[in-house]
Design a protein around this ligand. Sequence first.
Ligand SMILES: [Zn+2]
Ligand SMILES: [Zn+2]
Length: 268
Amino acid sequence: MTKADYHVHTTFCDGKNTPEEMARAALEMGLANLGFSGHSYTWFDESYCMSKDGTKAYKAEIIRLKSACRDRIRIFCGIEQDYYSEMPTEGYDYVIGSVHYLKFGDRFVPMDEGNKNLIEAANAFCGGDVLRVLELYYETVADVVNRTHCDIIGHFDLPTKYFEKDPIADTNHPRYKRAWMTAADALLKTDALFELNTGAISRGCRTKQYPADEILSYLGERKAKVVLSGDCHRSDAICFGFDELIQKCEYYGLEITEPAFTKKTGFS
Ligand SMILES: [Zn+2]
Ligand SMILES: [Zn+2]
């Protein structure tokens, strides 16, 4: 297995370290591959993503690092494309497709910034039914490959981020299971890889990876291919908890693989 992490943020978006600092840490850890995946620009929320000008500078910096490090580590220039981002994805080595928001009319409700947003959306738009919000989330995720043409499906069950501490919905409810299974079935028909993501663990929000174990079990039975993601926002989170993830993949029969990298980085 190639030692690698393809879900890496930097100071170009909401990460704490520069690309060079991340590359240095990856080299010290002995990674063979390092993929950067800055947050794509979203006009409706500029708080966490790369700016439009920043996106150009990001591409230039990663391409510079790619060649500066080429004898020691393979660097890839990817993007974490939000479902509602309108930025082009051509030219990146790979794309992670992520649903960070649900759109209700002209409101974009974040799925990973606290349970209160899910509850407010349920009250405002779904008659107080949090499960309905989750169903709408999975209907959106089911379309993420179609919409973003991603190679990797980002944090499949993201809205459960705070459910360990505050379970505002029953994830054993038949409606919840039907929602994620329907989305998983649709995505399993594509070539995109699911990611096992430890980002919320390294940041202290939870103790378990995305997706939840029962989803991993379902994906394993269907011979899904996966990548491991640190979703790193700091250099010490690169490959965070991967040893445990590797054991889980063996247990559930998930094949860890690499993105295809069929695209050629080249920005016009
Ligand atoms: Zn994300
Ligand atoms: Zn991310």
